[in-house]
Structure formats: structure tokens, C-alpha cells
Design a protein around this ligand. Sequence first.
Ligand code: NAD
Length: 487
Amino acid sequence: MQQFQQYIDGAFDDGSAQFHSIDPATGAAWASMPEAQAADVNRAVQAAETAFLGSEWAGMTATQCGKLLHRLADLVAENAPRLAELETRDTGKIIRETSAQIAYVAEYYRYYAGLADKIEGAHLPIDKPDMEVWLRREPIGVVAAVVPWNSQLFLSAVKIGPALAAGCTVVLKASEEGPAPMLEFARIFDQAGFPKGVLNVITGGPEAGATLTSHPKVVHVAFTGGPETARHIVRNSAENLASTSLELGGKSPFIVFDDADIDSAVNAQVSGIFAATGQSCVAGSRLVISNKIKDEFLTKLKAKAEAVVIGDPTDMATEVGPLCTLHQRDNALALIAASEKQGARVVTGGQPIAGDGFYFPPTIIDCSDAPQADCITNEFFGPVLSVLSFDTEEEALEIANNTTFGLASGVFTSSLTRAHRMIRGIRAGIVWVNTYRAVSPIAPFGGHGLSGHGREGGMQAALDYTKVKAVWLKTSDDPIPDPFVIR
Ligand code: NAD
């Protein structure tokens, strides 16, 4: 059994309690993880605050901070194979995805390394002749970052990168499901040369999360996870009036018009829903398809879904691995059963694969006769695609926007004018046109409604970790007159 350690105040320890992490490909325990108790969380927050107030970090120039982030980016790139192996082992995300994604995570740190000394204040053309007024951009303080189990290295990079570039310090709580890659990341971070306490990495479940996000010294909670947990986070942070950024779930529409390149759209839909075994917040999980091409599209899609290579996530040939937890598998099964009762029809898949591990096949459900079925309204977080069809563009837009979520969307059409109308009409934080799932450190990422608020990625994310201080300086040498002398 492999042992992992938590990282607090620049040191590693086993913690006072441990739990076992499960390999989703076998269902067996494979590693022992420290489960952060209240004392550990408090120690981590205290270390982050001491580092934030200490002269070593606060006294560092932004350029020096950028150099450390560059060093971190290099280390992540060098260690990407090891990190990918651990993420695959601990979460079941297939190795071909973790390898590519983690190599790209290094680019997020590089982007924020470059941004560190470009976060500028401003000079104001104030309406008083003997005053200079300018704005300093200062770091907000101790940030709590809470991430889910899918793509933890990526989801933490979009928090740690901008927060450190802005001069904040961070306590990151890795998910209790599959924390190994984050605890290994802490070892890599430790080599980059940041002052101790600038980043602290702990793990544990809702209790550790609640202690962290309600801590009075935490000024901002950067959260990625489900909407129900987000409600707890907002309540936890309310006591201290800490700010929050919430990256939550989705039920993203994948809209295909009859003038689209069908083969290209089918390929994008396959990876849009079945990549990461569907455990992706931006999964294009609602196919909204023109009735004119529905049969042809579904025939091609079904053939591709049934040809997907399902198996050992550590094998480079595997295209769909296991779900991360047994709970995820049971949840998918329950939602499908409920939807069938409501009138939805399973086109392919729908039953878990027998044997060890939490395997579930690519599944397509036609909801033409059940447009309000659970599989249309609820996030599965599994390889399950729900299908609705339309006759007109107006209908397509209405179906796309008929959701409480608003994270991502895809539009496939060869009409430029229609593409523009759809871009304007869709209520979501991301619209991909004739493509899907493209991401970059340069582009902001986030949602509307139950998909949350705040944006990660891009320049704005770093500015969100700063606050503005207005400075007033009197430039005349005239003394301030006695205010009580009547003139
Ligand atoms: P989750 O909400 O159950 O857990 C997320 C994190 O919150 C975990 O670290 C967990 O320990 C912690 N947590 C749980 N209860 C808490 C509490 N009371 N206080 C503080 N922290 C608490 O999410 P999950 O099941 O791990 O992940 C799946 C969800 O994440 C899906 O809804 C998915 O769409 C969403 N997600 C969103 C994005 C995005 O960028 N928008 C990316 C990936 C995943």
C-alpha cells in the first residue's frame, strides 16, 4: 500500500488520521492518505496567513514571483508522466487523457508566471489640483481552494496559478476521492523554491472542507464541484463575508443543424460526452439535433459509441475507463431507470459492465417522448448522452436554454449568420462553434445560473485575487488650515 503525506507550512506529515484510496479499475484499496482533521486545517490556514504577512513572500517582487511560477511550470512539465500515472491510478481517468492534460497544466502555470509582473495599478486624473491619486492592486490574502476529483491538477492550477501570481497564499483541499496526484504535486511544488506556507495541500471530505471554508482567516473560497456543495460553501463563507468563485456542474447543449458537417459533429459529440468517461463539467450531455438529420446522426453516433475501447485506464489504447466511484455508477443507473419510466428510450448502453471496477458503457438515451425526463434536467457526470430534436432554429435555442445550468454549449452549422444568432442567444459561459472542449489558459472559463459564478483562466482570474487600494497624496506644501477658524 503506497503512503501519501499532507503538506503544511513547507513540511510533509502523515496527519493524525488516514483513509484508504480506491483504485476504480479494480475496486480495491491501493494507497493510504492523511485525512485532515480540524487541527490540521487550522495549522494550514495559520501557515498560509503567516506566509502572507511575512516579509519573504510579501517582500518579493512580482518578477521574482513570476520566476518561481516558471520554475513550477518546468517541474510540472518534467514530472507530468508521474503525475498522470497517479491521477489515472487514483481516479480511473484514462492515461491518454491525463498525460495530455497534465502536460498542458504546465502551460497554465507558465501563463500566470508571465502575468505576475503585469498586474498593474492605475493613476487617476483626479478633479483636485493639489492631489495625486492612484490605485494599488494588492493581493486579497489567504485563499481556500476546494476541488473535486476529476482533473484535480488542472482545476487546482486555475486557482493556484492566478492566486500566487497576485501575491496571495493558498490552502488547497484535494478531493477525498483520488487525492494522490495533488499530494504528489505538493512534493513538486516544494522543489520550486517558494517560501514555506505559500501553498499548503491537505485532503479529507466534507468536514475538512467545511472547517476550511468557514475559517475566519480565509478571505476567498475558490470552489469547483457540485451545486449542492456550493450552497454549503456559500453558507460556510458567509459568517466571515469571504468572497467565493464557484465553478459548478452543467448540462451543456450540443446543437447540430442540418447544414453541419455531420461526420465532424459526430466525432466532436463522441469526445464531447464520452471523454473522461463523461465525468466532465463541460460534457456536451444534451444532444439537440435537427429532425432532418436525426436518424443519420444517431446511426453514426451509435456505431462510434459501440466501437469505443473500454478497459484498463493505464493502457494507452483505452478510450473509456471506469467511473471514479461506485456511487457514480449507481447514480447513472438510477437516473437511467427513472428516465425510462418517464418515457425516455435507451438507444445503446444503459447497464454497467459486469466484473471488478466501476465500468459503465457509453450510453445514448432518446428523450423525444420525454423532454422533461430526469436525464434531460439532471447532470449525470457519466458517459450518458440525452437526445432531443427540433424543427426550427427558434426551437433549438429554446431547448438549449431550457436548463438551470449555463456552463458550456456547442453549435454545429455551416451558416455564419445562424452561428452569430446562436452565439447571441445561448445562455452559457462558453459557446464553441464547430468545435467542442477546446480550452486555454488565455481564455476565461465559467458559467451562469447553477453552473456558478466567477471565471477561471485568463487575465481577469488573476485580477480577481487582488483588491484595489486608493491612495491620496497632497502635493501642495500649504499647511492644512484649522477647520474651526471661520473665514
Ligand atoms: P462535490 O461537490 O461533491 O465535491 C467537491 C469538493 O467539495 C470535494 O473536495 C469535497 O470534499 C468538498 N466538499 C464536500 N462537502 C463540502 C462542504 N460541506 N464544505 C466544503 N467542502 C465540501 O463534487 P464532486 O462530486 O467531487 O465533483 C463533481 C462535480 O464537480 C460535478 O457537479 C461537476 O460538474 C463539477 N465540476 C465542475 C467543474 C467546472 O469547472 N465548472 C469542473 C469539474 C467538475
